[in-house]
Design a protein around this ligand. Structure first.
Ligand code: HEM
Length: 303
């Protein structure tokens, strides 16, 4: 899910990125001529249909793509709570709060449902639509998103922002064992994104819900929900492959319009392990962490 923007790719060339996806020379040639999906590790997920909705949240997009919530991209609170726990180990209290805000800010109260994208937003049909997550800018969808823009297009990945994060680990001496986009790295990334938004967005808004809850959560979720858990790394390790999972980045790299993963087509890799049962990341954890980051960097708390 990408917008092509004009920024430099931060020194990481297309060939290098293709190597990271394990593309062979033959694959590369085919991609140049006809457009073939990069073979990233990932379980099969279904392609989007014309009226499926996807939006700014890569976690919910991935869940819909794999059928953990309805593939159409419109779900009820109950479905969001169960799906987020099943796929990512999100605490029920946190999932419930996020879902209630979703209904309130962009959904429909009768069926307690909302769209993860924009358009027809209720399971009861288009007449009772809210604006969905995509249409909730400054109410729910926030400025200073990790990989999405503040305005014009707030739901597609911007390559420059993705590479800004990706290249924060470019100096480690042994990438195979040392790269880990943990909370410290993500906080450095957030500080820099915060300054960029202040400098470039004349309508910059660090609101009480968007700036103080949603924005920190977006960064913290990247590590706590998508880092690959193992015996060696019980808290998870987010190495160079896993950020690709949250961004479905292959489309932009190839710059070939046909037969590629398009916007909203995040997929869950095959060999990925979620949080352990009983180790859910819930409301208390997210708020405690957001507060300690806020105390260390008070500019984040200026509403
Ligand atoms: C009911 C549950 C959820 C709701 C209602 C929700 C909603 C949202 C919203 C409104 C945004 C946009 C925030 C912004 O503008 O930066 C967002 C972003 C994000 N969400 Fe979710 N989310 C949910 C669950 C999850 C889960 C389970 C994950 C696990 C990976 C996740 C990962 C993210 C990430 C990483 C972003 C930032 C994307 C980026 O800009 O790079 N979310 N979510």
């Amino acid at each position: 899910m990408f917008v092509k923007d004009q920024d430099e790719d931060g020194g990481l060339g297309k060939d290098r990125l293709l190597e990271l996806f394990g593309a062979t020379e033959e694959d590369k040639k085919r991609m140049e001529s006809e457009g073939v999906r990069v073979p990233i590790p990932g379980q099969q997920h279904e392609e989007l249909l014309l009226f499926d909705f996807r939006g700014p949240c890569p976690g919910l997009n991935a869940m819909a793509n794999h059928g953990y919530i309805p593939r159409k991209g419109i779900a009820t609170i109950d479905e969001f709570v169960h799906g987020t726990q099943e796929v990512f180990g999100m605490g029920g209290d946190l999932a419930l709060l996020l879902s209630i805000i979703g209904v309130q800010m962009g959904g429909e109260i009768l069926s307690l449902s909302f769209s993860i994208g924009k358009g027809e937003n209720s399971i009861l049909g288009p007449l009772l639509s809210g604006n969905g997550l995509t249409g909730s800018h400054n109410n729910y969808e926030a400025d200073v998103s990790p990989t999405r823009g503040d305005f014009n297009n707030n739901h597609d990945v911007r390559m420059s922002q993705f590479l800004q994060l990706y290249n924060l680990q470019s100096n480690v001496s042994d990438p195979a064992s040392q790269v880990n986009y943990d909370i410290d790295i993500l906080t450095i990334f957030r500080l820099s994104r915060f300054q960029q938004s202040i400098a470039n967005n004349p309508y910059f808004f660090n609101g009480p819900i968007t700036g103080v809850l949603v924005q920190p959560a977006a960064y913290q979720f990247i590590f706590h929900f998508t880092a690959n858990k193992s015996e060696e790394y019980p808290e998870g390790r987010l190495d160079r492959e896993w950020p690709l999972f949250i961004t479905a980045i292959q489309k932009l790299i190839l710059e070939v319009p046909r037969r590629l993963l398009g916007p909203g087509q995040e997929r869950i890799p095959d060999n990925w392990y979620k949080r352990a049962i009983g180790d859910e990341y819930g409301l208390v954890s997210v708020l405690r962490e957001a507060t300690s980051i806020g105390i260390a960097h008070p500019e984040f708390l200026s509403v």
